[in-house]
Design a protein around this ligand. Sequence first.
Ligand code: FHN
Length: 479
Amino acid sequence: MNKIIVNLLLISISILHAQDHAKKETAKEVKIEQTFEYRFAQDLKQTPDSEARLNQWYKDAKFGAFIHFGVYSTLEGEYKGRGSEHRYSEWIQVSAKIPASEYYEVASRFNPSEFNAEEWVKVFKNAGMRYVVLTSKHHDGFAMFKSNVSNYNIVDATPFKRDVVKELSEACHRNGLKFGVYYSHAQDWDNPNAPLLNNKASIFDLHPELPTNFKADFDKYIKEKSLPQVEELVKNYDIDLIWFDTPAQMTYERAKLFSDMVQKYRPNCLINSRIIHNGKSKIEAANLPLFDYVSIGDKEVPTKKLPLYVESPDCVSSSFGYKTKGNVYYHTEKEMINRMVHTVCTGGNYLLNNGPMGNGALDPEAIRLYGVIGDWMKMNGESIIATLPNPFASRPVWGDVSTNKNGDVLYLHVLEVPKSGIVNLPDLSVEVESANYLASDKTVIFKQDGKKVKLIVSKDDSNVVDLVIKIMLKGPVEK
Ligand code: FHN
């Protein structure tokens, strides 16, 4: 009898334990899915105008360089022993509470004499990147272009006196890359009328001269600085994309002033969602006419295909601006390639940032990591550029999948080679014609039994970061 009771107890404990475990597992899964799902109602649809603009080059480009370069690059994340705890070095003015008058002095010494647009572009192109997005004005309010709206710009306020936006846009176009500018249209620490988004410093820390009863007038800032500077950018520079950011207090009406301005001069210029939505906010259908694609949160990698076209703003290191002080972490090669592959296989673009040094030369570690990606892209770029996302219902355990536009070529990204050496495909209703490693063209042995396809990966080949297998099908894969 006692034995029976003990057994019953043990059984119920294990059931409870299993249920608890299942709950935890589900909770974990739900959390991952929700990261993106809750921001995208399934009936959101790209407007026909955006769709047409995106189809011109952006959807095929897939891979771009993001660059955070400005006065902050010279400070490397610390000022007078302060501020290095902030993970982003471009936030130094706020994290070290530098009054605007003192930051001007830093700006007046900004002389990136090693800047060479052709050399930068060579590095980006060699990495397999198809477009470049440069900070034309970050939150510090300092313009990296000649501006008649404010002389707080690289030509008028520094000994360097050269227009970095102009030089880089020309070098990009000479080398067949598209060129975009980042522009902080709401935050501007030089201008007290612009909203300040943080809990570290107040407007009085940055502008101690202000009367204590100072009241910010955001519309005045838009009218007098950010909108006219955006006009200068779209009017005077050959720009294919404009990347807005941190849209604090940005209403539909305010954001529309910016999108109308871009449209007026450059109807084909792409606009990102941060014109009105921050990276983590829920996308509102009513705002879709204002932008073309969604910039998801910093360093986020989508887990599944989303109803709108997205871009992941990633970074080779933990800071967007060049940082040597405090904690800094660089991606490993494997992390970087995994993130690019998953982003592209869920149907997005991968915008990989580097922060050039204050002297204008690129960060050597960024050059090295871009070089690693470039070497991989030279052999495997066909599985990234101009591809379509994973056609199967879910992501396979061993990695991810992209296809060509006809759907009759599958690219299997084997990011983790299974211990058994066998890669199982999700159910496939088309016949496989051939399977080869994309990099070496060597044949991969496969077995097809109805919808079940198995591939045998040889041990010698499994030692790479992402082993890409190209599968030719006898017809297009069902989606
Ligand atoms: O505050 C900025 C940050 O400095 C950086 O520019 C990133 C890039 O996506 N955007 C904001 C934070 O999301």
